[in-house]
Design a protein around this ligand. Structure first.
Ligand code: SAH
Length: 466
């Protein structure tokens, strides 16, 4: 991220716009909306700017830019069509630590202006970091159409009742619970439907009703975050991610997904790398219960699906025993995600009528599995946690009768920008793993379906260059 996003209060503050064309006029209009005091410096001005000056809404100086124009300015915008003037304004402003924007040249100013969606008092600002104003405008158009026009009323009404609600509930949690339930319910629909009087009555009724609640009630959300690509989250996962007060997450949960949880939620890392059990499982189970009992909404965020090699069952057993409310949200398990993104259908009418998910986690160097069953033909076997046991896995399958030429794939960091597929067979896969510097997490898929990869491969991840 190259820019720090802020909303600047420039009410009644002296601001400078250098330039008198239509681009400058657009910036002036925006500054006036934020109630700034605007001086426009330019030898010639559009009739629109002239009219604003005639009405006394802006001050103009009809001449070229002079360094003294920057004196005591809170903000400057260079919007001339003369590059060297723009550069001079920018340089002098930055020498004086005055925030300065050069229109259409994000590189030489000190700030850029976002594309905005206005639902006064709500403002949404979109920036592509200067990469593409067109893209920012497209995003803006999308948001415009998905944010109802009544959103502004909603914010104004909430503001109107803020103090009253604050006075009724002394804990931040109770207050937040109240607003969340009100903003998800009838009140929200009434405001957006334009029925402001009924909306007020509804809010007052909810306030009366909620005043009797003294203890916030906590809950645990056991949520599957999928294999890595944030687009594979469920709607419910996303909704709960944005409600949580505390997030207890595993190593497998990818950073782009963590970036989507509520900003002010407390984050607790629960570990789970092979040799790194940051918090022992029993302690973790109790931690979830304890946090919820304090009234927190606890998001237990797990890679893939919480009920597939996720110990989700153990965690909710404790919650049950402790009388803590919880809900479970399934996620896309690694097998499904990695297989889809690698163009490997897990079943196929001709090659595999069943699929087995098994753990390849070694205990004492051996894997205690039903090998005769796994070595049967006409099925796909997916090994989770199998990287370190890849040799033992392949050898055992061969020893129990599976053909050495059975295709096998190792999917590295499936569905992420670093997604890679290594293809071999039961004989060659262990060697392939040794040759490459492979990073976890990885998944092993064994079976004839792996050959489909050649034909069906479609995902071309773009690894960023920086
Ligand atoms: N609950 C998870 C699995 C947890 S066990 C799920 O449903 O997916 C951890 C194992 O999952 C890892 O050792 C690896 O085998 C597999 N895994 C999880 N995410 C993966 C990914 N993005 N790519 C490849 N394997 C993955």
């Amino acid at each position: 991220m190259d820019f720090f996003p802020i909303f600047l209060d420039i009410k009644s503050k002296p601001c400078l716009v250098v330039g008198g064309g239509s681009v400058a006029a657009r910036k002036v209009t925006q500054l006036l909306r934020a109630k700034a005091q605007v001086l426009v410096v330019a030898p010639t001005l559009t009739s629109e700017l002239q009219a604003l000056a005639d009405k006394g809404e802006i001050t103009i100086a009809q001449r070229g830019f002079e360094p003294g124009d920057l004196e005591n300015r809170a903000l400057a915008i260079a919007a001339t069509d003369n590059e060297s003037v723009n550069e001079e304004v920018s340089r002098l402003a930055q020498e004086r630590y005055i925030p300065v924007n050069v229109v259409d040249n994000p590189d030489i100013g000190s700030f850029i202006t976002p594309s905005t969606i206005e639902r006064d008092p709500v403002q949404i600002a979109v920036s592509t970091g200067g990469a593409s104003p067109v893209l920012a405008r497209q995003l803006r158009a999308k948001l415009e159409s998905s944010i109802p026009a009544g959103y502004g009323h909603l914010a104004s009404l909430v503001e109107e009742y803020r103090d009253q609600v604050k006075a009724r509930f002394d804990s931040v949690e109770l207050r937040r619970n109240f607003w969340e339930s009100v903003l998800e319910g009838r009140f929200y629909e009434l405001v957006l439907g334009g029925k402001l009087k009924a909306a007020r009555e509804e809010l007052e009724r909810a306030l009366d009703e909620a005043s009797h609640v003294t203890e916030p009630s906590g809950e645990v959300y056991l949520v599957g975050a999928g294999p890595g690509d944030p687009d594979l989250l469920t709607f419910r996962a996303l909704r709960l991610m944005q409600r949580a007060d505390v997030v207890v997450y595993d190593r497998l949960v990818s950073q782009p997904i963590l970036d989507m949880v509520r900003r002010d939620a407390e984050l607790i890392y629960a570990g789970k790398a092979r040799a790194d059990h940051a918090i022992p499982q029993e302690e973790l189970n109790m931690l979830l219960a304890r946090l919820a009992k304090k009234g927190k909404r606890v998001l237990r965020l797990k890679g893939g699906d919480p009920f597939i090699f996720g110990r989700g069952g153990e965690e909710i057993e404790t919650l049950m025993a402790e009388g803590v409310a919880f809900q479970v949200v399934p996620g896309i398990t690694a097998a499904a995600g990695c297989a889809s993104y690698s163009g490997i259908p897990l079943t196929h009418r001709d090659y595999a009528q069943s699929v087995c998910f098994v753990t390849g986690h070694l205990k004492d160097g051996s894997i205690d599995l039903n090998w005769p069953m796994l070595a049967q033909p006409q099925q796909t076997v997916v090994f989770y946690m199998g990287l370190h046991g890849v040799k033992a896995i392949c050898d055992s399958l061969i020893a129990h009768g599976r053909d050495v030429a059975t295709p096998a794939a190792l999917v590295e960091k499936g569905t992420t920008p670093e997604h890679k597929v290594h293809i071999g067979n039961l004989e060659t896969l262990p060697g392939l793993v040794e040759q490459h510097d492979i990073k976890p997490p990885t998944l092993i898929i064994v079976g004839e379906v792996v050959d489909m990869h050649e034909k069906l491969s479609w995902f071309e991840p773009s690894v960023s260059s920086n």
